[in-house]
Design a protein around this ligand. Structure first.
Ligand code: ATP
Length: 291
């Protein structure tokens, strides 16, 4: 069986700007993959190339063993893109039924509307919906073709807590391959089998969430910086990395006891000291250069 998605040495340049730089990615069927990265990292560009909506400058992309655009046209791929336009005057149910007509084997319209939680909006014109309701309609349109690959670009933007939970429940229930871009690290933590971390158009980490966390390693020691110079913090025993978040210093350490003893010796007045295991947010900050 071919991989759901295969990118080989894919680069994308917009004039002098490199948006993707030699990206290699194999996605097996059934995986749920989160694409994370700071603004401008190349997430949307990667997703659009995977969908065949954007040509790569070099390298190759295949979806389910075919050219991405052919897979999309053949109805094998469901898509939710950021801010994609919807016909304003058309009622919700009519739009989703029209969407169903574009696929060879669509799911039943009513079932899909329930799954995306738009069943109570059936007769409402799109133009009269809130931002979150429109996003749920986009999700219904992504599901309706019962696709083998679901590609979602920041799918939960504008959704309330319950809306987010319901969307991910639905994605998990389908058990098909899903590739999604998100800024919500908790979504990657909770719902992805695998995380791809992009920075500056390159994959800087790729693996299960736990592996990404362990790449950064060890524990964190946090404390209020109170204007102290961060330079000497690098010399404390065990310290792997130092960063500053607001007025808080965050030390990544391989030996928290030794780091703490030396910290108290170096800064006797240090306050608000806390230690914790590395979370995905810290891994993200470290691996993407704190962007
Ligand atoms: N049509 C375009 N023309 C020129 N540059 C572009 C174009 N689209 C994207 N870029 C640039 O390519 C880089 C990657 O953009 P992309 O939209 O893929 O990032 P992203 O990770 O999705 O960002 P965000 O988190 O802000 O959505 C950015 O530097 C962006 O400015």
């Amino acid at each position: 069986m071919p991989n759901a998605l295969e990118l080989k040495a894919v680069s994308k340049r917009y004039g002098a700007r490199t948006a993707l730089d030699g990206v290699n990615l194999s996605v097996e069927e059934g995986q749920t993959i989160a694409v994370l990265g700071p603004n401008g990292a190349g997430k949307s560009t990667l997703l659009n190339i995977a969908l065949g909506l954007l040509p790569a400058t070099s390298g190759s992309a295949t979806v389910l063993g075919r050219k991405p655009a052919d897979a999309l046209r053949g109805g094998r791929v469901g898509v939710l893109l950021q801010e994609s336009g919807l016909l304003e005057d058309v009622p919700v149910k009519e739009l989703i039924a029209a969407g169903a007509g574009m696929y060879p084997k669509p799911l039943p319209v009513e079932l899909t509307m329930r799954a995306a939680r738009v069943d109570d909006l059936a007769t409402r014109p799109i133009g009269k919906l809130s931002g979150g309701q429109r996003q749920r309609v986009r999700f219904a349109l992504a599901l309706i073709g019962d696709p083998d690959l679901l590609v979602l670009d920041e799918p939960t933007v504008g959704l309330d807590v319950e809306g987010r939970r319901a969307l991910w429940q639905e994605v998990r229930a389908r058990r098909h391959t899903t590739l999604f871009a998100t800024h919500y690290l908790t979504e990657a933590d909770d719902y992805a089998d695998r995380v791809i971390l992009l920075a500056g158009g390159r994959i800087v980490a790729d693996g299960p969430v736990d592996t990404i966390k362990s790449l950064v390693g060890g524990l964190e020691v946090r404390f209020t910086l109170d204007g102290a110079d961060t330079g000497p913090l690098w010399t404390l025993p065990g310290v792997l990395r130092v960063r500053v978040e607001g007025g808080t210093a965050v030390l990544q350490t391989a030996a928290s006891d030794a780091t703490l003893r030396a910290l108290f010796a170096a800064l006797p007045d240090v306050r608000d000291v806390r230690t914790a295991g590395t979370d995905l947010e810290s891994a993200f900050m470290t691996l993407t250069g704190g962007a």
